[in-house]
Design a protein around this ligand. Structure first.
Ligand code: IMP
Length: 428
């Protein structure tokens, strides 16, 4: 079955957008299956640098049908803005499909995300404040408003009015914030409906038919394994299933349709927001990685926390996602260092861990155990084959491969699509 899942193997921002863009033209469909506009993909396409938040990277290829699956939460205002941006850059969005079962992010979700983070104070999650958590919360409590509700004005009005009874109480009485007006929301959302209606579809049916006909589908994950609601560093996670299993749930296909899972990991590691991060570097090396790697969020502009490559985490990601292949991105950023450390295990209270500790407290306080490797300190951005890389860079990749137990099939040595080394990756 020709379904391939692409997922982040760390805390997001691994460079998934570039890799999706690189391989997307081999597919008939590129499907986003979770998250919303908390994601940010920077895609360099020809001389254009585009920031995508919701629309699958495949939008740039006329032969690809981009689809936003049922597992996503959609802020229609942001989606329309993104469609306008792409149209302005000369990319047609006519082919874009949106699952009628995806949930809508409503203005009160944004307000509640802000207010609950404010209330948490120093214990904040560090969310992107895009309303993601509150939207998934409503989905789980069965009070969410779905994309298909845009197609029925009566239902939309009823659902907005019903939701506001509780949301306005919460906002005004608990958080001391301003209430929302149902009429204003309905007017805005009915306007969005006019624009989005031609794109709304029964996506599960469509994808299953396509897969049955032998069409190729790329399921594009957002965020990363450690931000997964079940398998990540809870509660410092996002509210959706970012791991490979989420592709099945978030698009309505069966697990037997997936034949490869490509994990994307940075040659070092970053995270935005709060939460444990054993290999975090709060010194000048961390600052250097941040500067050389331009580690600022595509969505929020926040500086990302930087650290050494953590092999324990990637091994965990290999298991949780069933990775068949690994892609290492931003290897060129490490060229600035004399020596490079790799975390091979953790230590906590006299115990050595070679897998992610089951106890969150142990993970919080884990001390990383490092192996130090020599750097290569030479520009590798022009390398196009594995053999062209300096010996130390090849050794680094082979070491990562050995520690994860997964073949490194792709290596990125720069932001451009062409700056990629293919090492055994075959889509078809
Ligand atoms: P939320 O998804 O906005 O609720 O944020 C929850 C956590 O996930 C926060 O730590 C965010 O910084 C993080 N997060 C959400 N989306 C991304 C992403 O695309 N890249 C990296 N971190 C993200």
């Amino acid at each position: 079955m020709p379904g391939i899942v692409l997922v982040g193997a760390q805390w997001g921002d691994e460079g998934k957008g570039k890799i999706t863009d690189l391989i997307a033209h081999d597919f008939d469909f590129v499907v986003r299956f979770q998250g919303g506009n908390n994601a940010g993909h920077t895609v360099i396409h020809g001389d254009k640098k585009l920031a995508l938040h919701l629309i699958p990277s495949g939008i740039m290829y006329p032969s690809v049908t981009p689809l936003i699956g049922n597992g996503c939460v959609i802020d229609p205002r942001v989606l329309i803005e993104e469609m306008d941006m792409l149209e302005g850059e000369g990319f047609s969005t006519e082919r874009l499909l949106i699952s009628g079962n995806a949930h809508l992010i409503m203005p009160y979700h944004l307000a509640l995300d802000h207010e609950s983070e404010r209330r948490l104070g120093v214990n904040e999650i560090g969310t992107t404040k895009r309303g993601i958590g509150p939207a998934y919360q409503d989905k789980a409590t069965r009070s969410g408003i779905r994309v298909q509700d845009l197609l029925d004005e009566h239902i939309l009005r009823l659902k907005v009015q019903t939701a506001l009874v509780e949301k306005n109480d919460l906002l005004t009485k608990i958080y001391g914030a301003e209430p929302f007006d149902a009429e204003t929301i309905c007017t805005d959302y009915l306007r969005y409906a006019q624009r989005l209606t031609p794109h709304i579809t029964e996506s599960s049916q469509l994808l299953n038919e396509a897969l049955h006909e032998g069409k190729w589908v790329l399921f594009e994950g957002a965020q990363g394994t450690l931000l997964d609601i079940d398998h990540g560093t809870y509660p410092f996670v996002t509210s959706s299933s970012c791991t490979a299993g989420g592709a099945v749930i978030g698009s309505g296909v069966g697990p037997t349709t997936i034949n490869k899972v490509l994990g994307i990991a940075k040659a070092y590691i970053t995270r935005v927001g709060s939460g444990p991060f054993p290999t975090e570097l709060s010194d000048e090396i961390g600052a250097k990685l941040g500067n050389v790697g331009s580690e600022f969020g595509t969505t929020t502009g926040r500086a990302r926390r930087c650290g050494w490559y953590d092999a324990v985490i990637v091994k965990y990601a290999a298991q949780v996602n069933g990775l068949t292949d690994l892609c290492i991105t931003k290897l060129d950023v490490l060229s600035c260092l004399e020596t490079i450390k790799v975390c091979v295990a953790y230590e906590h209270e006299g115990r050595r861990y070679t897998t992610v500790p089951g106890s969150q407290s142990a993970f919080h306080h884990a001390t990383p155990i490092y192996e130090e490797l020599p750097g290569w300190q030479t520009d590798i951005t022009g390398c196009r084959t594995f053999e062209e890389l300096p010996r130390q860079a090849r050794d680094y990749i082979e070491y990562i491969e050995e520690l994860s137990g997964v073949q490194v099939s792709l290596i990125a040595v720069g932001p451009d699509r062409r700056q990629t080394i293919t090492r055994g990756w075959q889509t078809r």
